[in-house]
Design a protein around this ligand. Structure first.
Ligand SMILES: [Mg+2]
Length: 339
């Protein structure tokens, strides 16, 4: 090995950047070549797994995430170009940078290699330094793709999150409740919504200022979040001091019990605010869709409207309570009167 190469692939170099361990899959059918290439790549700082042909490589890449694939073109079974095509057609969690190794030098082969989905190619015999330079360049592209993806995900999250309380926002509620209703209808499930409104919130803002009001809103959201099923139920800020809790696959009784749990949690202990401890309460209205609900009347807007009516009656009945909308009779029930 020349001193240039050994310097270039000394174990001191770190191509990883954002990745703790850049994972590379090497597909090469010739055992000796495979061993040599694996050695160079490992010296270059890569975690290298190997495959003896295209079929094995495809199997590994669909089971485990790899950042980079270095593949020989000519292999028995599935060749490098077919492997590229299969990978590009597969629904993998992240982009895989593909470097094709080829013994061919014609421009037709170059066209084929890139056309099959490879990002780049190098000709055999392989110069280890050139191989590493190509792989490092590929890693930079993969890193860029991952950071763009993370940035997009962050933007997506921001557009559906309420910046003050951290719950979903109205935009998300409007879009997702329609889908929840469709799902419930398709699978014959129940779906409940709870509409919650902080009692006498305007007084808190008027008396203590908006930052105290913000503290109260945040605390309400936090207590409500603690009372719902993680992973299925979700909360959105409807606007102002109003919240909607969506409970998929939950009948009216279950949703009413959850609302009661939140009500009790909100009222149980004072909220710590910048203006001292404050006692707060909230009123709740619950409505549900059941498999027997009239499909014509089944829509997100109707469901919200019914929960809102029940909420309104909670307010009229004296606040700090849960009322449910009985679908058949279109009447509300006061839980305090039931129990
Ligand atoms: Mg070969």
């Amino acid at each position: 090995m020349s001193s240039f190469i050994s310097q270039h692939i000394s174990s001191q170099r770190s191509p990883a950047g954002a990745f703790a361990l850049p994972r590379l899959l090497l597909a090469e059918d010739a055992p000796l070549e495979r061993e040599q290439l694996q050695y160079f790549l490992q010296k270059g700082g890569y975690v290298v797994d190997t495959a003896a042909d295209g079929v094995e490589a495809f199997d590994k890449i669909t089971r485990d995430p790899f950042h980079i694939l270095v593949t020989d073109w000519e292999m028995p079974g599935m060749d490098g170009a077919s492997l590229c095509r299969r990978i590009r057609e597969a629904d993998l969690p992240g982009y895989v940078y593909i470097l094709l190794l080829t013994g061919h030098g014609s421009s037709d082969h170059v066209v084929d290699a890139l056309g099959s989905g490879a990002d780049n190619f190098i000709r055999k015999p392989i110069d280890p330094a050139e191989l590493l330079a190509h792989v490092d360049a590929g890693l930079r592209i993969v890193q860029l793709e991952r950071s763009l993806r993370a940035a997009n995900e962050q933007i997506r999250r921001l557009t559906i999150t309420d910046p003050l309380v951290g719950t979903f926002n109205r935009r998300h509620l409007d879009a997702e409740l329609i889908k929840e209703v469709e799902r419930a209808r398709r699978y014959g499930h129940c779906l409940s919504v709870v509409m919650a409104d902080l009692d006498r919130f305007k007084n808190i803002n008027d008396r203590h200022g908006h930052s105290v009001g913000d503290d109260v809103l945040r605390e309400f959201a936090s207590r409500a979040r603690g009372a719902i099923r993680q992973g299925s139920d979700w909360i959105a800020r409807f606007g102002g001091e109003e919240f909607v809790i969506v409970l998929p696959e939950t009948p009216l009784t279950g949703a009413t019990a959850t609302a009661e749990k939140i009500r009790a949690l909100v009222h149980a202990s004072s909220v710590t605010t910048s203006s001292g401890l404050l006692k707060i309460s909230a009123s709740f209205g619950v409505a549900a869709l059941t498999p027997s609900s009239d499909p014509a009347a089944l829509c997100a807007a109707t469901l919200l409207k019914r929960a809102d009516e029940a909420l309104y009656r909670s307010k009229l009945a004296g606040r700090n309570r849960v009322m449910q909308m009985d679908e058949e009779r279109q009447t509300t029930k006061d839980l305090e009167l039931i129990s």
